[in-house]
Design a protein around this ligand. Structure first.
Ligand code: SF4
Length: 62
């Protein structure tokens, strides 16, 4: 599974990084990005990051 961040809407709150640092990080542009695939053990925390994003710009795709 892959995580996708629509950077155009990201407000750089950092919550996704807090919820799932194995997949999300703040990039050099100051906005969130997904830097790793969502493997099985990370699905729960990546889903939490998606659901917790205050502007709903995270999606997860198979
Ligand atoms: S939770 Fe959403 S708004 Fe906050 S840094 Fe992550 S992608 Fe951006």
């Amino acid at each position: 599974m892959k995580a996708i961040v629509d950077k155009s809407g990201c407000i750089a709150c950092g919550l996704c990084v807090t919820n799932c640092p194995e997949v999300f990080r703040i990039g050099s542009d100051g906005l969130a990005e997904a830097y790793a695939d969502v493997t099985g053990s990370l699905e729960a925390s990546a889903s939490e990051a998606r659901d917790g994003c205050p502007v709903s710009v995270i999606s997860l795709e198979d």
